[in-house]
Design a protein around this ligand. Structure first.
Ligand code: APR
Length: 247
């Protein structure tokens, strides 16, 4: 495996523009459940019933009931070595941006600056009636939190099933994918569109995809590392620093 890490480190150092696309798997080692792995959220709850915008309008308490099973208090979670390594790669000028499907804010907490949050963030909670903004509260048990201004129901600033992605973030992500030569694809099953189309966009524009996952989820991966992200990323960084020190 060391040879592979060395090869990946060389690819990153020689890349003209390297980006990362991450999913729930990169936060698994921070104690946040994934969605489709075993024990994942959608193994326990039907997302159509609990996490779609239609269901939320009908009965917001369903969403707020399961939210506690996912992330009860936004501030309780810390970045793991995979997030920290991506932030260090950005500081070294090796990585240009992180595109993430995750709503946990851990890339920003790790120190990454160029973060494109395609599915929004739990950091901000909005009133559905008057749009007043709140910072992430502790998640109530089942009863949806109400706006202290107008009594409207509060909803996290995240994209539920059936909602459009933030247009600016999506076009930024598409621009990054069509102009990079390397994408680090970390911890995502690449099944939810439009994000799942992004690694293909890299390939269509002549880029290469390096996938870090426990399963080979993307069929057109150029280099696959079947290792936990929290283990693989620091090893790649260690090889990268050895190469830099020898040059
Ligand atoms: N290191 C690397 N990969 C991991 C790890 C780990 N420690 N643990 C799990 N994985 C991989 C799994 O093998 C799986 O392929 O992470 C992936 C997680 O896939 P999903 O649970 O489907 O999460 P994600 O791809 O982020 O889902 C996309 O679906 O429900 C929506 O909006 C939600 O953003 C989410 C989107």
């Amino acid at each position: 495996m060391e040879e592979k890490y060395k090869r990946i480190a060389k690819l990153l150092l020689n890349s003209k523009k390297c980006i990362a696309l991450t999913g729930a798997g990169i936060s698994a080692e921070s104690g946040i459940p994934t969605f489709r792995s075993k024990e994942g959220m959608w193994e326990k709850y039907d997302p159509a019933v609990y996490a779609s915008i239609d269901a939320f309008h009908k009965d917001p308490s369903k969403y707020w009931t399961i939210r506690g099973d996912f992330i009860r208090n936004y501030d309780d979670y810390k970045p793991n070595p995979a997030h920290l390594t991506l932030a260090e790669l950005e500081k070294m000028g090796v990585l240009t941006s992180v595109i993430t499907q995750n709503i946990d804010g851990l890339h920003s907490k790790a120190g990454s600056k160029q973060v494109i949050e395609l599915h929004g963030t739990l950091r901000r909670i909005l009133c559905m009636q008057c749009s007043k903004e709140y910072t992430a509260p502790n998640v109530p048990d089942g009863t949806p939190p109400l706006c202290d201004e107008c009594g409207g129901v509060l909803k996290p600033n995240t994209v539920l099933f059936g909602e459009p992605l933030p247009a600016k973030a999506l076009s930024e992500a598409q621009r990054e994918c069509s102009t990079c030569d390397i994408m680090l694809l970390i911890g995502t099953s690449t099944v939810v569109y439009p994000v799942a189309a992004l690694p293909k966009l890299v390939k269509e524009n002549g880029g290469q995809v390096i996938e870090l996952n426990l399963e080979n989820a993307f069929p057109f991966t150029d280099y696959f590392i079947g290792e936990k992200a929290g283990t693989a990323m620091p090893q790649i960084m260690a090889e990268l620093k050895k190469i830099k020190n020898n040059n």
